[in-house]
Design a protein around this ligand. Sequence first.
Ligand code: P6P
Length: 342
Amino acid sequence: MIFEATMKSVTVGEFIVETQNTFPGSSGELSKILSAIKLASKIVSHHINKAGLAKEILGSSGAENIQGEDQQKLDVFANDTFINALSARGVICGVASEENDSYIAFDDKVNNEAKYVVLIDPLDGSSNIDVNVSVGTIFSVFRRKTAKGEPVQLVDFLQKGDEQVAAGYLIYGSSTMLVYTTGNGVNGFTFDPGIGVFFLSHPNMKIPTNGAIYSVNEGNLSSFKQPVKDYISYCQSSEDNGTKKPYSSRYIGSLVADFHRNLIKGGIYMYPSTESSPNGKLRLTYECSPLAFIIEQAGGRAISENGRIMDIIPNDLHQRVPFFIGSKNMVDQLEQLMESAT
Ligand code: P6P
C-alpha cells in the first residue's frame, strides 16, 4: 500500500519543475537552492536519527554561538552541512546563519554572479535532541540587492520579510518533512528514507482560522505585558453558555515542532518580551520572518508587539523580536488586546 501511495505522489523535484514559473525570474535557481537544502537535510536527518546511538555527535561542542548559547555538536555539524551544500551550486552569493557572527560571502567568480542569499537557523531547538524531541531547520531566501559580480554585502541580508522570494523549514520528527512556500501557497513533503526521496504529502497547507491550542512558556508569565497575560487568561477560560472551553496548552520547547503542529491543527505560538529578554528570544531574520511568510501563505498571521512581522526592516542579523504566530482569529484577538492597551 505504501508503495502505491508514494507512486501516486509527486516528488519535490517534480513539484518544483511543475511550479518553476511561480519563482520570480528563475531559470532553475529555485530547484538548485531547494536541491541543496534537500541534500543537506537528508544528511542532517540521518545524523539526528542515529544521535541516540552515536554518542560522539551528542552533547555540547564546548563552544558558544553569538547568542551566547552552548553550541551542540550537531549545531556545528548541521551548520557546516547546509553552508557547504548552499555554496556548491553557484546560485547563492552568501549565507547568514544563527551559528555565525557575521554573514558568509561565497566570494568567488561563479557565486558572485548569483542572484540569491539564504538566511538559516540550521538546527533550531537542538538542545532537545538529547531527549529525542523533534527539532528543525528554518530557511529564508531573498534576491540580493547589491549588483551581481561583486561580493555580497550586509544590506543583502537585512531585508524585511515581505521581500522574501522563498521560505521553508525541515522538521526532523517521527518523519522528516520539508515545508516551503515561494509565495503561491504552502506545500509539505515527507521524506521516504527507504528510497531517499521527499514526496508531496501535504498539498496546499492551510492553517485553521480558529484554533484551541496555545503555545507559550508559562514559566515566564509573571513578566509578560498585561495584554499577553489577558490573552492567556482568555485561552484558559470557559464561558458559561458552553461556547468556549479552555484551550489546550502545548509547548514542546522546539519552535519548528510547535509551529508545525499549530499549522496543521490550528493554534497560536507566543514568545513575548520578558524582563530578561525585553525583545523576546526569537530572531527576526532566520526564524520569525520565514515562518511569518509561511503562515501568511497558509491563511494565518504573524505579529510582534508593534505590528506585522514581515513589515519589520532588520537592523541586525541576529535581532530578536517578540513573536506571535498562528491562526488568524487568535492572532487578531491578541492584537486587539495589545491595541486597546496603548
Ligand atoms: P524557552 C529553542 O532554543 C528555541 O529557540 C525555540 O525552538 C523554542 O520555541 C524556544 O527557544 C524555547 O525557549 O525560553 O521557552 O526555553
